[in-house]
Ligand binder design. Structure first.
Ligand code: ASP
Length: 285
């Protein structure tokens, strides 16, 4: 059985990222540990401002940035929900798994935990996230006549919401020495309210790792949660060709943006109903 790491740059991400992701997959491969490898892959992508995770995360409707990240192995899980002002949410998610009796920490509690561990205050916004935010607000406020429906639908809620394009979330799955791990990180799915939670930090929805494989999802989190997508895919591993399983599950989403990457004992597969940049590195084949 070969060692392998497979990573994605988000459902809807530009395929021009492929070369970069191939490099990141190779750089993050850590001989001997699937967990170290997926965490390192996600950390590298969080630091690349092109992706909607860590630095470069999209803003919520109120202008704040709240991020989700999670890591999972067959034995354990760690997750942070709506954490703010840290550079690498994935490292805090791993710390939740390894240093606390809990599996998920959210909001202020997650941020405070990060500070206690010495993760310094960090502003993940970039000129690109500012520009996306400005455009999203213009679309919601009706100043952009050609705004896509998803923004227009927010107009009637503008009053209670208190008033960007979402893509480029990141994720990784690895199989090393026959052990599986999965990791994800995202700034969320814009437009969204402060406090909104997507699929990414939720085990079984945005990621799953077990004895038989690892699965990570990307796309519209609400729909992914409703289908407990990653666990659903995991349960089918071995029943059919891995690619066919992914394609079948993605078909059920119709036009709703979704993508999946997955590994089993003998296969790797990646599918999306939109473009989705991926990269991988394989050793010992
Ligand atoms: N699934 C993420 C969320 O809904 C976003 C994404 O993957 O693009 O928060």
């Amino acid at each position: 059985m070969s060692d392998i790491i497979l990573i994605h740059g988000g459902a809807g991400s530009d395929s021009s990222y492929t070369e970069r992701l191939m490099g990141y997959a190779k750089a993050s491969f850590m001989r001997g540990s699937a967990l170290d490898s997926v965490v390192e892959a996600v950390r590298i992508m969080e630091d690349d401002p092109a992706f909607n995770a860590g630095t470069g995360s999209v803003k919520r409707l109120d202008g704040s940035i709240q991020m989700d990240a999670a890591v999972m192995t067959p034995d354990s899980i760690g997750s942070v929900v709506n954490i703010e002002r840290v550079r690498n949410p994935i490292l805090v998610a791993r710390a939740v798994m390894e240093k606390t009796p809990h599996v998920m920490l959210s909001g202020d509690g997650a941020t405070e935990f990060a500070r206690r561990l010495g993760f310094p205050d960090y502003d993940p916004s970039t000129p690109r996230t500012e520009e996306l935010y400005r455009k999203a607000i213009a679309a919601i406020m009706g100043k952009d006549k050609n705004a896509p429906d998803k923004y227009i639908n927010y107009r009637r809620f503008a009053e209670i919401l208190g008033i960007p394009k979402n893509k480029d979330t990141v994720g990784a799955v690895a199989r090393i020495n026959g052990k599986f791990a999965a990791a994800v990180s995202t700034g969320g799915s814009s437009p969204m309210m402060r406090g909104r939670v997507g699929d990414s930090p939720i085990p079984g929805a945005g990621l799953y790792a077990g004895e038989r494989g690892a699965v990570v999802a990307t796309g519209i989190g609400e729909e992914i949660i409703k289908r407990t997508l990653c666990y659903r895919v995991y349960q089918q591993i071995g029943s059919d060709d891995l690619s066919s399983i992914l394609m079948r599950e993605i078909e059920k989403f119709g036009n709703t943006l979704v993508g999946l990457i997955a590994l089993s004992d003998d296969s790797m597969a990646a599918h999306s109903n939109s473009s989705m940049a991926t990269g991988y590195a394989e050793f010992g084949k």
